[in-house]
Design a protein around this ligand. Structure first.
Ligand code: PEP
Ligand code: MG
Length: 591
């Protein structure tokens, strides 16, 4: 088998070696996990029963057809019955469950994809149309399967020595799709589209799984079960590597695992610079249980709880969003797990690449549309119920409430008024909450930075969302791979906006953090320290790397160097100066 390499965008770090698992767009909403060996026959039985139920359904429809029903109707039912009886559906999925241990839904969808792909090449338009029938039959089976959940936990691919790691290869992976993949079944992700700062990329980093996106043509060049090396550090995917290359990568993988293990020694070391400046290292989380990983990596709090992940990937879209009590339980769990450390809960930031529901229609410029606070202010009932849930959680430990994408003073005022209203409602209902809960804003739109006094005069804290700030300031869609090379945190405009915000917050005497991806990049830690940043929030997997950079930095030495960098206007000069700043760490530690 010929070996070749594909080049894309590195969206997370590390190396993954495994077999390719091609997942077509249509199968994305399906659950994908491995069945424990001892449950394989039960899973086979589950699918068998589902097929039987669908067969009975079709028979019932047949017998209840009125006498005068058009003949085509009966013919359609015949076609559906034939599809159901075809070995592609009635036999192959069972082999897949037994040999690959796929769950029933996944096994079925693998076959459905194969069957529909065959129809794509049929010239006869009538026969080609039968693709829709296959999909309808598949939907019927899936509906029955969804109603018969399993009684076991999915197994991680890595947890079983006999298993070979599996790597997802897809056209596009949305953040909601990523939620399906969070349970460790897959050890790597390859996608044709998606940029480094898309929310799917952020989730890949947060679950610390190697991923390369923006790999055009991957689905047609890579075949099912091909061996892959995903070198996420370099943004390269090697298909069917030679034994020598494989050996080298296995050695690199082992060395990385060793280095990570060594870093865990820093877990309890306070994040203090060489000159004694303490730095807060907080975690970005998507779900309450992420707090456990945050604590394992020594987080001193949660700087960003992306609450919208509780709302996404639920079938039924907007009608199925979590209610106040369900949200309250999730927030309270995070607060309890963090044991007295602060938890910053961001109110719903949906829209753009985080739609509620699975695949909703999007406007032409969704990132500029009814996103985040704009959505919440337009839906005050949804917003109020979230605010009440957050306030109720504040009775169980320190909670901060953070609002995304604010731009106008009236948006801040309306938000504050709604928070007051929620407080009154809770008081009337005799519910406990922290009366003095801190309220802050994400600063992530350039206009917010140019109008900072309107924030500092009204709010208790700020957090710079560099992911969106860069997108909006440089006019680069963070999801779009073809402009990914233009997305540069070291653009002089971005540096001056970050430093302006830190300066203004400092002057106003309110805390400021960064919770965008910039905060978790150890190559930028010293730059940010020199700018005066003392609170960093990032996905937990990066915490110890950033802590290591902090421990070897002296702020008094960094400040004048960074002041100089802030006067530079050429990107390449800034990049070189930031590299030099990194190299200087060695001499500062030795001094
Ligand atoms: C940001 O924009 O930097 C941020 C932290 O928020 P999100 O990535 O969720 O948009
Ligand atoms: Mg943002």
């Amino acid at each position: 088998m010929a070996s070749f390499s594909l080049f894309g965008i590195s969206v997370s770090r590390g190396i993954s070696i495994g077999r390719a698992h091609l997942i077509a767009h249509a199968a994305m909403d399906t659950k994908h996990y491995l069945v424990p060996q001892e449950k394989v026959e039960a899973e086979v039985e589950r699918l068998q029963q589902a097929l039987g139920t669908v067969q009975k359904e079709l028979e019932t429809i047949w017998t209840s057809l009125p006498q005068d029903a058009p003949v085509e109707l009966g013919a359609f039912l015949d076609v559906h019955a034939m599809i159901l009886a075809d070995s592609v559906i009635s036999k192959e999925p069972f082999n897949i469950i037994r040999t690959r241990r796929y769950n029933a839904e996944w096994a079925l969808m693998t076959q459905i994809e194969e069957l529909t792909a065959r129809f794509e090449h049929i010239e006869d338009p009538y026969l080609r149309e039968r693709k829709a029938d296959i999909q309808q039959v598949a939907e019927r089976i899936m509906k029955v399967l969804t109603g018969t959940p399993t009684d076991y936990h999915p197994v991680a691919s890595n947890s079983d020595d006999e298993r070979i790691d599996m790597i997802v290869v897809a056209y596009d992976i949305s953040p909601a799709d990523m939620l399906q993949f969070r349970d460790d079944t897959f050890s790597g992700f390859v996608s044709e589209i998606g940029g480094r700062n898309s929310h799917a990329a952020i989730v890949a980093r947060s679950i610390d799984t190697p991923a390369v996106f923006g790999l055009a043509g991957a689905l047609s060049l890579i075949r099912q079960d091909d061996w892959l090396i995903v070198d996420a550090d370099a943004g390269i995917v090697i298909v069917n590597p030679t034994p020598l290359v494989m050996e080298q990568y296995r050695a690199r993988q082992a060395a990385q695992a060793k280095a990570r293990k060594k870093l865990t020694r820093l877990k309890k070391t306070p994040a203090v610079t060489l000159d004694g400046t303490p730095v807060a290292l907080m975690a970005n989380i998507e779900f309450p249980d992420d707090c456990m990983v945050a604590l394992e990596n020594g987080a001193t709090g949660v700087g960003l709880f992306r609450s919208e992940f509780l709302f996404m990937g639920r079938s039924g879209g907007i009608s199925k969003i979590p209610g106040e009590d369900e949200q309250f339980e999730a927030y309270r769990r995070a607060v309890t797990l963090m044991k007295g450390r602060p938890v910053t809960i961001r109110t719903l930031d949906i829209g753009a690449d985080k739609p509620i529901g699975t695949r909703e229609s999007v406007t032409l410029n969704p990132a500029l549309g009814k996103r985040a606070i704009r959505y919440c202010l337009a839906e005050p009932d949804i917003f109020l119920s979230q605010i009440r849930a957050i306030l109720r959680a504040s009775a169980f430990g320190p909670v901060k409430l953070m609002v995304p994408m604010l731009v106008h003073a009236f948006e801040i005022d309306q938000t504050l008024a709604l928070i007051e209203e929620a407080k009154s409602q809770l008081k009337a209902a005799n519910r406990k909450f922290d009366e003095n809960i801190q309220i802050g804003a994400m600063v992530e739109v350039p206009a917010a930075i140019l109008g900072l006094p309107m924030f500092t005069s009204r709010l208790d804290f700020l957090s710079i969302g560099t992911n969106d700030l860069i997108q909006y300031a440089l006019a680069i869609d963070r999801v779009y791979p073809e402009v990914a090379h233009l997305y540069n945190p070291l653009h002089p405009a971005i540096l001056s906006m970050i430093s302006m915000t830190i300066w203004a917050a400092d002057k106003a005497g309110i805390p400021v953090s960064i919770c965008g991806e910039v905060a978790g990049d150890p190559a930028l830690t010293r730059l940010l320290l020199g700018m005066g940043l003392r609170e960093f929030s990032m996905h937990p997997a990066q915490l110890l790397n950033v802590k290591q950079a902090i421990l070897s930095s002296d702020v008094t030495l960094l400040k004048p160097k960074v002041d100089k960098i802030l006067t530079l206007v050429e990107e390449n000069e800034i990049e070189e100066a930031v590299r030099q700043l990194q190299d200087d760490a060695k001499t500062e530690t030795d001094a």
